[in-house]
Design a binder for this molecule. Structure first.
Ligand SMILES: NC(=O)C1=CN([C@@H]2O[C@H](COP(=O)(O)OP(=O)(O)OC[C@H]3O[C@@H](n4cnc5c(N)ncnc54)[C@H](OP(=O)(O)O)[C@@H]3O)[C@@H](O)[C@H]2O)C=CC1
Ligand SMILES: O=C(O)CCC(=O)C(=O)O
Length: 421
């Protein structure tokens, strides 16, 4: 099942639990507008990005921005650079952002964007040109109070700096048009670590429910980029034992626990995990089924599916990535008694601190890191309680608890704003 079919399925299950009107259900599902290449129909825009490569040859990429819903505020969501970016996936990720910002209870809707490219194959100047051309194509459709992009897979603070600079040529200096910026350009202290920190906060809250704590639990983490590496660092600082990790260059395992500070140093110096001598290489395809207590997928979507769900040994799955678990795997894991902390709660720390960044930019005032981290803890602790309350009300699992919470908040805002043309 592709990401969009899976997300639509979870949304529909939630609307049934909530007893939502079918017309409202339809209205909440259809994206506000989709910006994509190759067709111009109503709200669908062309974003074809052609750039000269460093050798002078021309290359074209397809860029997307899907704006899903703005009932609760400006649309918000990352921009992904990855070869597998496709319109259906971006659409699903935009919808997930709508429910995620509502679960976090921050005043935003949902959006997502992406360019189908492999950033590892582009030089810095090619990436800059591509980002600037993409921004030229979408600058009229984003804005501080319209749609606020942020980093996702394959993008980071530098990408946001280029978007800010290009956007500002058209609209004047506007730091709040993107979040996840470098600190020198109005980025927030704590944003870099925020998604990983949120993963830690959510994991602690979940384990506490079962009389456990992070300390002493064995973790396996797929992905060692922004989210995976920060999650690994913060989990190990709390006494969690990270026994296996993977990235695109390979997977490594050490059942005594990997020394995360050494691994971070190695990964910075060698641009990947490969060759790290403090652990043994393992088959990257088996990382998700390695023996552990807590599994943290922090890379691509759809990686936990009917092919591997039965083999998973973890008792808890913390969805740091977006949509890592296919609905078929969800059913299999439920029968096995595996507890899943869903993406729209588990990885909401990133967008929550993006909200703090936007607030600081609008206020023209910078918070210290302690305030950012304390506020993040307050928001994530409250959201966990709200999700649990929905689980009790609707006698459902955590995924449906989070979906019913998010969908209900968006539905209420939609109804309150009314339908007059
Ligand atoms: N950044 C954020 O604030 C947020 C991100 N997310 C989600 O978290 C996930 C990770 O994003 P982020 O950390 O930002 O992205 P990054 O690009 O920083 O890191 C992605 C990581 O995944 C690895 N990876 C890619 N493909 C594979 C694969 N097939 N097997 C194993 N590892 C792989 C990459 O390896 P390599 O580096 O070697 O290419 C890298 O370590 C995504 O699903 C994203 O949507 C969710 C909320 C917020
Ligand atoms: O920080 C943000 O605005 C969005 C991050 C994101 O793309 C996500 O939560 O999936």
């Amino acid at each position: 099942m592709n990401a969009l079919a899976a997300t639509n399925r979870n949304f529909k299950l939630a609307t049934r639990l909530l007893g939502l009107d079918s017309k409202l259900e339809k209205s909440l599902l259809i994206p506000f507008r989709e910006i994509k290449a190759s067709s111009i129909v109503l709200y669908v825009y062309h974003v074809e990005c052609t750039i000269p490569k460093d050798d002078g040859s021309l290359v074209s990429y397809v860029g997307f921005r899907v704006q899903h819903d703005n009932a609760r505020g400006p649309m918000k969501g990352g921009i992904r650079y990855h070869p597998e970016v496709d319109p259906d996936e971006v659409n699903a990720l935009a919808q997930l952002m709508t429910w995620k910002t509502a679960v976090a209870n921050i005043p935003y809707g949902g959006a997502k964007g992406g360019i189908g490219c492999d950033p590892a194959e582009l030089s810095i100047s090619e990436l800059e040109r591509l980002t600037r051309v993409f921004t030229q194509k979408i600058h009229d459709l984003i804005g501080t109070h319209i749609d606020v992009p942020a980093p996702d897979m394959g993008t980071g603070p530098q990408t946001m700096a280029w978007i800010l600079d290009e956007y500002s040529k058209f609209h004047g200096y506007s730091p709040a048009v993107v979040t996840g910026k470098p600190i020198d350009l109005g980025g927030s202290l704590g944003r870099d670590a925020a998604t990983g920190r949120g993963v830690l906060i959510g994991t602690e809250a979940l384990l506490n429910e079962y009389g456990k704590s992070v300390s002493g639990q064995r973790f396996v983490i797929q992905g060692f980029g922004n989210v995976g590496s920060w999650a690994a660092q913060l989990i190990s600082e709390k006494g969690g034992k990270v026994v296996a990790v993977s990235d695109v260059t390979g997977a490594i395992k050490n059942s005594k626990g990997i020394d995360i500070p050494s691994l971070l140093k190695h990964s910075r110096e060698h641009k990947g995990l490969k060759g790290f001598d403090g652990a043994d290489p393992v088959d990257p395809n088996s990382i998700l089924v390695e023996d552990c207590d807590v599994l943290v997928p922090a890379a691509l979507g759809g990686v936990i599916n009917r092919e591997n769900a039965n083999e998973i040994k973890a008792k808890f799955i913390i969805e740091a990535a977006n949509h890592p678990t296919d609905p078929e795997a969800d059913e299999i894991l439920k029968k096995k008694g595996v507890v899943i902390l869903p993406d729209i709660y588990a990885n909401s720390g990133g967008v929550t601190v993006s909200y703090f960044e936007w607030v600081q930019n609008i206020q023209g005032f910078m918070w210290d890191e302690e305030k950012v981290n304390n506020e993040l803890k307050t928001y994530m602790t409250k959201a966990f309680k709200d999700v649990k309350d929905m689980c009790k009300t609707h006698e459902c699992d955590l995924r449906m608890g989070a979906f019913t919470l998010g969908v209900n908040r968006v539905a209420r805002a939609t109804i309150l704003r009314g339908w007059e043309a």
